[in-house]
Every structure is written in C-alpha cells, then in structure tokens.
Design a protein around this ligand. Structure first.
Ligand code: EZ4
Ligand code: CO
Length: 403
C-alpha cells in the first residue's frame, strides 16, 4: 500500500506548452506523468484537476490497472483524446511511483529489456531538396540510423513539417491558428524527387521515412507509395486519415511501401481493424495520447499477433516525461519497430531533468528507479502558459482542407 495523499497539475511553457501531473504518496514519494495535448492543453488540465484528482486521493498508488479501469469505465463517456491523455498522465505517474518503491527502472517492471537500446529517427527538413539533404547529412554524422525527410513544395508559400529552426522544430506557431496553402498535385510531383536525391547523397544504409500528415486520399496515397518504392522507405506515415480504418485497404492494394499511422489515436479501438487486417506495418500511438504505458502494452500485444510493430510518436510537443515513459515501454516489448525523437530545447530539458541518453543512433532510458525524469517546479514557474495552435490548411481556391 502506498496511499495517494495529493496530486496537482503543473502548466509550463519553456518555449512550448507542457501539462504535467504530479502525484504524491504518504510514504513521501512522488511520480509524474505528461498530460500535454497540443493546442488543447487546458482542457486536459481541467479534466485532471476538476474530475480525476478528487477520485485519486486516498487510493493505493500500486493499483495501476484498477485505477486505469476505474477512470476509463467509470467515466461513462469512454475514450477521446482529452480523457485518454488525462488517464495516460495518471498511468505514467503511477508506474513512476511503483518503480521508485521497487528501486527499479520501469522497463524492469514491464518484463525487462528486450534490446540494448531504442533505435530512433531524427527529422531533417528544409525549404529545398538540397537544404533537406544537407540537414540529413548532419543527422547521419550524429550517428542516426533512421531519418525522416520533409521538404518545401515549389509554388507553395509554406509546408507543415518544414521550419526555420532545424534542430528544435515547433509546429504550434501562433496564438490563433495560422493558415497554410496546400496543393496535392504540386506535392505529389515533388516528393519522389526528394527521395531520388536523398538516395544519391545518403546511400542505402540509412533508413529514410516520410510523413504525409494526413494530406492524401487513399488512391493518392497508393500512388505516392508506388512512386516511392524505388527508394525503399522504412515507412510512409499518416498518408490518409484513419477514422475509416478500411481506407488503408485501398492503399495496401497499390503499394509495397510500408505504412505507419496512428500518432493521433487515443485507444486500441482506433487501430483494431488496421492491425487485425494487417493493413499497416507500424502503429504510431503513444503512451501520452493513448492511455499510458498500460494501454499501449495492450495495443502492442494485439499488434504482435499480426506482425505489426510499434513506431511511437515522439515530437517536441510530447514532454521529456513521455519520452522517458516511451523508452521504458519500447525497451520492454518484443515487437518494437522505431521511436521518433525530436530534441527538446535546452529550456525544456532544464525544466524536466532526465536520465535518458543518446548514443549510436539509440536512446537508453537509464537505470534510475521509476521513469528517470522529474520536473523542476521552480523553473517551470518561470514560463507561464501561452495560448498556441497548430496551423490549418486551405486549398489554393480557399477551400478549407484536411481530409
Ligand atoms: O504534427 O506532434 O510525426 N510527427 C508529427 C508531429 C505532429 C505534432 C502535432 O502536435 O507529425 O510533428
Ligand atoms: Co507525424
């Protein structure tokens, strides 16, 4: 028994907004969980403060699964990104506490290491193909074994995923949603040229990836996948939205380029048909937005039956707390595929001191008890919340876009 005596939400913005749950126990321990939902941060903060924390006080922090079931089933209104992010924060914090009580890193509690380190991919992006390849060469030199390539599209003033600051990319860029212009035809004509040039410059030993950010219809995605086949991508990500999971069958019929989807999924129900019908190769759900380590273990176990591997989301709007939790999860499952890794700014790393480290293209969570990450509350208080949104897209004729 490790009785929960207090819990609170800490909102901080060291360059971007992060929401963190801190749970304290009667034996003087604390655990932390990430609760950041990009562009909707305060909704999760309220869900936790107003509706979850009152139910946690007095409970045994060791009963992780029972608390998960209580919060999920007991809400009556199951699932959804706000609710599942809040449950994820509780779940991460409770695993952190259990690890500290046991004196073991969380991956040891999850069955122990299935690998020596977690292979990650970095983001190379640039306005032009040459700029993008120059960035990719830097990642190569840093030892990355896998690199995502995004580039500007000629004729479009800006492209999501391409930013001025290369190492510390941040897509939520305004206090009201900024509007980008999108052309599917221009994009589809340009991207194969990027990968042709990339193979010329980088060779064939490094894994290359591309993120479509849900911009295509299934048949357009099939065509892009086919056009990219000669360049042997590790995966093509989020090529079409997956609210209709059946949509991926059409893409599959047209290409052997491996498919990844799911960074915006909140539950196993969002990926059940995609996995059971083997319509994807990598599932991108995360410990943060899909119900924590406990729920991600269920998703990974289902995926393992169907030869689907994990490829967890790991952009900068997921705090170092999620990064740490993801690494413990990645270490412990048999069907790990690849982990996304975007470096946080030095300000963010100072607010969230952590033990994970990068070497030879891999991250390791370290061996501190629990998750091996904490929040410096005095530093967090220096950075007040700033409203901030992801951009939206319109077609060249002004039509609101995003399938
Ligand atoms: O758009 O994390 O694969 N990574 C991505 C990210 C997401 C942001 C959204 O909050 O697609 O850049
Ligand atoms: Co993505």
């Amino acid at each position: 028994m490790s009785r929960i005596t207090a819990a609170r939400v800490i909102v901080t913005s060291p360059g971007r907004n992060f929401v963190t749950l801190k749970i304290e126990t009667a034996d003087g321990l604390h655990g932390i969980g990430d609760a950041t939902l990009n562009g909707r941060e305060l909704a999760v903060a309220s869900y936790l403060t107003d509706h979850v924390i009152p139910c946690l006080i007095g409970r045994d922090a060791h009963r992780i699964e029972d608390i998960w079931q209580f919060l999920y089933k007991g809400a009556y209104w199951r699932g959804g990104p706000v609710g599942m992010t809040a449950i994820a924060a509780v779940d991460m914090a409770l695993w952190d506490i259990k690890g500290k009580v046991a004196g073991l890193p969380v991956y040891e509690l999850l069955g122990g290491a299935c690998r020596d380190g977690v292979t990650v991919y970095g983001h190379a992006n640039g306005e032009t193909i040459d700029d993008t390849i120059a960035e990719a060469l830097k990642y190569n030199a840093l030892g990355y074994k896998a690199i995502r390539l995004q580039t500007g599209v000629p004729g479009l003033p800006s492209t999501y995923g391409v930013s001025a600051d290369k190492m510390f990319y941040e897509p939520a860029d305004n206090d009201l949603p900024s509007e980008n212009v999108w052309s599917t035809a221009k994009y589809l004509n340009h991207i194969p040229k990027l990968f042709a040039a990339a193979r010329e410059a980088l060779g064939w030993d490094v894994h290359l990836l591309h993120d479509v950010h849900h911009r295509l219809t299934p048949i357009e995605a099939g065509r892009l996948g086919k056009d990219l086949e000669p360049y042997r991508l590790f995966w093509m990500e989020d090529s079409t939205p997956a609210e209709n999971q059946e949509a991926f069958r059409l893409i599959r019929q047209h290409t052997t380029t491996p498919l990844a989807v799911g960074e915006i999924f909140s539950s196993i129900w969002n990926c059940k048909d995609l996995i059971q019908n083997q319509l994807i190769d990598y599932i991108r759900a995360t410990v943060l937005h899909a119900g924590g380590i406990s729920h991600m273990r269920r998703i990974a176990a289902l995926a393992d039956l169907y030869q689907v591997r994990t490829g967890c989301h790991g952009a900068t709007d997921l705090s170092p707390v999620t990064m740490a939790a993801a690494l413990h999860f990645d270490m412990s499952i048999p069907n790990f595929g690849l982990q996304e890794y975007m470096r946080h700014t030095p300000e963010t790393d100072e607010v969230f001191p952590h033990g994970y480290s990068f070497a030879d293209g891999c991250l390791h969570p370290g061996d501190a008890p629990g998750l091996g990450v904490d929040i410096d509350e005095a530093r967090a208080a220096l950075y007040p919340y700033r409203r901030s949104y992801l951009p939206v897209n319109r077609l060249e004729d002004g039509t609101m876009f995003n399938w």
